[in-house]
Design a protein. Structure first.
Lengths: 278, 97
């Protein structure tokens, strides 16, 4: 069992993301920007406008089926107005982080996009006010995996092959061999990046939704979305297994069979979300 | 509706979703593809499009269902997860209908 000291060391290393040479410069810049507690719309617009490739990716994402405005958002400032700063911050991070992963963990982007779609669909069914924010929770829930892969590549490769060899989930293998899991790492970073509490808890507790105290509904949605996407077999998140849905979360959402069918259909229809390509 | 790579496009296929480039609609939903459209789509660097018609699945149905069993292999003692599996199984079978 890893001790506390080891966990603190891992946390320090993960949080030093802005200073590490292994972290690509665009991610580092975004991370520095997100670390500012008061980020204005202007600052984000300017940041995105300086990087046309990034701007195009943001626009393709917000115009895709995962968000509610297919084909209608034509500028980054328009996107920020419609979707809100939190959603755009999450998108920027999602796009820049998962781009790195196309090589090392192929399938994680597809898994994450499908979770974004599923989470938005469930959030709408539950009549939540900001389904786009819940969608971002789905998009980013596995961000810890990417960060561990960046900071501890050889250790994580070993964890991945251990999961495969023992026929267990990656989350179980992480608990056995690392000082912290991808959920812990996601929690630390989303706090460091000043994410809103619903995002912090949905990322940090997506494997143990019962721990969420301030955003239990969002966390339950992401937890259930993750399992539905795994059940459907979209993408690859490190192991092929469906994670057991916590009975409390399942109870809380009260999804009917038809609700689940709708989620599955929406996932099918949106598999073409652009992001990785081009 | 199914999504196919552009090199499998044939004349007469019907677009099931509008073809977008960045934020601009290039061809609308319901357009019947001609040779000329297909070659222009290729020139634009688009990789896949949605066309009408039921999906041709990449793997055989038996394979898809055995993968499903494997994904749920640790969960047979949990009734709510088996209920989810049943819905997903029906959904997958529907894709092959």
């Amino acid at each position: 069992m890893p001790d506390n000291l080891e966990m603190q060391r891992m946390r320090a290393r993960v949080e030093a993301i802005n200073a590490l040479p292994t972290v690509p410069s665009n991610l580092r810049q975004i991370s520095i920007m997100l670390g500012k507690p008061r980020l204005t719309m202007d600052e984000i617009s300017r940041f995105v406008a300086n990087d046309p490739a990034l701007a195009i990716k943001v626009l393709r994402m917000v115009n895709s089926a995962a968000y509610g405005f297919p084909g209608r958002i034509s500028s980054v400032s328009h996107a920020i107005m419609l979707l809100g700063l939190n959603v755009i911050r999450g998108l920027l991070l999602g796009i820049s982080v998962f781009e790195l992963m196309q090589k090392n963990m192929s399938g994680l982007w597809e898994h994450s996009c499908a979770c974004a779609v599923a989470a938005r669909c469930i959030a709408q069914k539950k009549k939540m006010k900001e389904p786009e924010e819940v969608s971002i929770c789905g998009l980013l829930h596995d961000i810890g995996k990417v960060i561990i892969m960046l900071q501890y590549p050889s250790e994580y490769e070993q964890t991945l092959s251990e999961a495969k060899g023992k026929d267990i989930s990656l989350f179980e293998a992480e608990k056995e061999s690392l000082a912290a899991t991808h959920a812990d790492v996601g929690l630390w970073l989303s706090q460091k990046w000043c994410f809103p509490i619903n995002l912090v808890e949905a990322i940090g507790y997506h494997h143990r939704p019962q721990l969420s105290t301030r955003a239990p509904l969002e966390t339950a949605i992401v937890h259930v979305s993750n399992s539905i996407v795994r059940a459907k077999g979209i993408g690859f998140a490190g192991d092929p297994f469906v994670s057991a849905i916590h009975p409390g979360a399942w109870q809380m959402l009260q999804l009917s069979d038809d609700d689940i069918r709708d989620v599955l259909t929406q996932i099918d229809e949106s598999i073409s979300i652009p992001g990785g390509e081009a | 509706m199914r999504r196919i790579p552009i090199d499998e496009l044939q004349e007469g296929m019907v677009l099931a979703k509008p073809l977008m480039r960045d934020t601009m609609i290039i061809l609308g939903e319901g357009v019947v593809l001609t040779e000329a459209w297909i070659s222009r789509i290729e020139d634009m660097g688009i990789t896949t499009v949605f066309i009408e018609g039921s999906a041709e699945q990449v793997i055989p149905k038996e394979e898809a269902l055995s993968q499903l069993n494997r994904r749920f292999q640790h969960l047979s003692d949990q009734p709510h997860m088996m209920a989810l599996k049943k819905i997903v199984k029906e959904h997958i079978e529907g894709l092959y209908a």
